[in-house]
Design a protein around this ligand. Sequence first.
Ligand SMILES: NC(=O)c1ccc[n+]([C@@H]2O[C@H](COP(=O)([O-])OP(=O)(O)OC[C@H]3O[C@@H](n4cnc5c(N)ncnc54)[C@H](O)[C@@H]3O)[C@@H](O)[C@H]2O)c1
Ligand SMILES: [Zn+2]
Length: 352
Amino acid sequence: MKEQQLLFSNDTDEALSRLLATIAHDKLFVLCDSNTVAQVLPRIDVPEIKTASIITIPAGDSHKNIESLSHVWHMLSENLASRHSLLVNIGGGMVTDLGGFAAATFKRGMAFVNMPTTLLGAVDAAVGGKTGINFGGLKNEVGAFAPASGVIISTRYFDTLPPEELYSGYAEMIKHALLCNKQLYYELLDYDIGHYSPHTLLPLLQQSVQFKQEIVGKDPSETSLRKILNIGHTIGHALESHALHRNTPIAHGYAVAWGLVCELLLAHRIFGFPTSVIYDLAHYIEAHYGSYAITCDDYEELYRYMMHDKKNENGHINFVLLQNIGQAVPDCHVEREEVEIALDVYRDLFHL
Ligand SMILES: NC(=O)c1ccc[n+]([C@@H]2O[C@H](COP(=O)([O-])OP(=O)(O)OC[C@H]3O[C@@H](n4cnc5c(N)ncnc54)[C@H](O)[C@@H]3O)[C@@H](O)[C@H]2O)c1
Ligand SMILES: [Zn+2]
């Protein structure tokens, strides 16, 4: 996979102009969703963006679908995009996933640039080359590995995000820090994301994104090492599905936050992961994310969701477990009883 150019800057106009100048293109297209076209695009003062063809799709993950994709293809075609045109995706993970896939498939592939405008998009979706759409009721069912030619990481546009979106992305930053190093982890637990400043958040975000980039660079197509980025997601996805089934959906990052606590408890049982780190995390998560209420009557259903996780192979649930901060072990098979004990301790820690 090609190296992605990452630019970290809150002077986004300068960074975008610089990036556009390095990528040869005959025509420029911009993809936004109905929120970013109103809240972000007017704040971008780059002459070439002002004269580009703007494509807008409806906001929300339910629109990361074949209809929106078809609309993007249609607009590119109608406005005579060629294989040498360039698409600039301005939005959260929904826009960069769909726009990346549209670009990867249009005329067998045109270049694209990501300008993530959500914290989740910046820390996770926009970097790493996974693109795609939801299909047939399944998340990210159709897609391709296709890296952006460049990604501009900034915190400048987060000021219009609902707080829940910020916290959701921050959980993925905590995830990266647990996989990366203790210093970054404690810096994040000491940082008040609810009252962030663009200037102090950017260097933390930069470390987090660079860590992901490093892992992806070593294993772009997720055959081995990249799997560690799924930590917190086996139980996190189960909680997300459980909440959806109850008709009380929870934001992805919140599910990851609680999932991380549960999976660290599991790591303690299996590898003796230090309890002090888990208590610090549980304290932070309870204070900022609250708790997700479950009882032992929910274990059966949660376990069933874990069994259906895409990452499983040969009928085993595959966990990523930490021996310590920065020491991840992928493909750990764990007995059901251990998972239930972890859920018991999670309920104790969160007073459920
Ligand atoms: N490709 C990957 O590796 C990867 C990784 C993680 C997540 N994802 C995908 O990312 C998506 C979730 O990302 P997301 O949380 O950014 O979702 P999103 O793109 O749907 O954005 C969330 C909401 O915020 C709005 N928004 C975006 N920027 C804004 C701004 N600056 N101000 C105000 N509102 C703004 C959007 O319009 C939307 O309503 C999912 O589709 C998920 O599958 C992909
Ligand atoms: Zn995630």
